[in-house]
Design a binder for this molecule. Structure first.
Ligand code: SF4
Ligand code: MG
Length: 317
């Protein structure tokens, strides 16, 4: 692996990571589940970006998608329901040099974890957050989730979901300090790859809402979008998600959208018909909380003691 040179300096060979370095346990999602494709894309991006597995962490809550850390050959933390984001923020706060990925679902993030989602967006810590949005609670076998369409028959609403679904794009766009919001589809691996790669390249909290097929419990929800691409609206821009010309042809509806334009992003997201795919909003200038809060992290013991004493002296009477 390494040899000694005449000047006694170590000559360490550069490591090259293959896809196998990012493979964990065998994925146990159902056949045809969109989660398989997302896992493959995440592993490919890790390989293409040559992320050291020992400096990469996959964090999740509870749900089908939250099994992702088990299938990665990196560090991982399979947390509690709705609590992926506070765990990820804790990791980032103390180890900002780690590459943090979050796998969560529409129930995990937009219902049980709602408070964490809002504040994690506001803190804008540098992490890639993948919301596997299949419009249903899959792991617990078909309950209505926040993104379940009105009228959809589930085990909690056999006569049909009574409320209009939450729109995760408009909701996220409305949060202070939002810096990256995108939406993609699991059945177009190129768009999926490019979107997640753009999210990973962004320094800040990147939220990617992935329309994810669950052929077992919510097959009909996305079937129409798969079979009829005119129900999708591809967002294009030179600052957006890059797509080659032959793939652009797959999307009959396209709209040029500057991802810095927040009001247009909101208009596209709130309309939601056709369903937007692409980069809705990207502001690279929002500060990251870990950069603000980790000031003084590298202070020596004496400096820390002096700072502590100075802080205590404020309360001296
Ligand atoms: Fe995927 Fe649905 Fe099966 Fe869960 S229940 S693994 S979301 S297909
Ligand atoms: Mg779900």
């Amino acid at each position: 692996m390494f040899g000694l040179k005449a000047d006694w300096s170590l000559d360490i060979k550069q490591r090259y990571f293959t896809l196998g370095n990012y493979a964990g346990g065998e994925a146990r999602w159902c056949p045809g589940c969109g989660d398989h494709g997302v896992l493959t894309v995440v592993q490919r991006i890790c390989r293409d970006e040559q992320l050291p597995p020992e400096k990469t962490v996959a964090v999740s809550g509870i749900g089908c998608s939250s099994r992702l850390p088990h299938y990665m050959g990196t560090y991982g933390f399979h947390g509690l329901h709705g609590r992926a984001l506070p765990v990820a923020c804790g990791i980032k706060a103390r180890r900002p040099e780690l590459d943090v990925w979050v796998a969560t679902g529409d129930g995990d993030c937009y219902s049980i974890g709602t408070g964490h989602w809002i504040h994690a967006v506001r803190y804008n810590m540098n992490m890639t957050v993948l919301v596997f949005d299949n419009s249903v609670y899959g792991l617990t076998k078909k309950q209505t989730s926040p993104t379940t369409p009105i009228g959809f028959q589930s085990n909690t609403h056999p006569l049909g979901a009574p409320l209009a679904p939450l729109n995760p794009l408009t909701a996220t766009l409305g949060i202070t300090n939002v810096s990256f919001v995108a939406q993609t589809i699991d059945w177009n691996p190129v768009h999926l790859y490019e979107t997640i790669k753009a999210a990973h390249n962004h320094k800040g909290f990147s939220l990617v809402n992935i329309l994810q097929r669950c052929p077992v419990y919510s097959e009909n929800v996305l079937k129409d979008l798969q079979q009829n691409p005119s129900k999708l609206l591809l967002l294009t821009h030179d600052k957006g998600i890059p797509l080659e010309t032959n793939l652009l042809r797959l999307f009959p509806n396209q709209q040029e959208h500057d991802p810095l334009n927040m009001s247009e992003a909101y208009d596209i997201a709130v309309q939601n018909s056709p369903v937007p795919v692409g980069l809705l909003y990207h502001n690279p200038d929002v500060p990251c909380y870990e950069d603000i809060s980790s000031q003084g992290k590298n202070m020596g013991v004496d400096e820390k003691l002096a700072a502590l004493n100075a802080a205590y002296d404020q309360f001296a009477i």
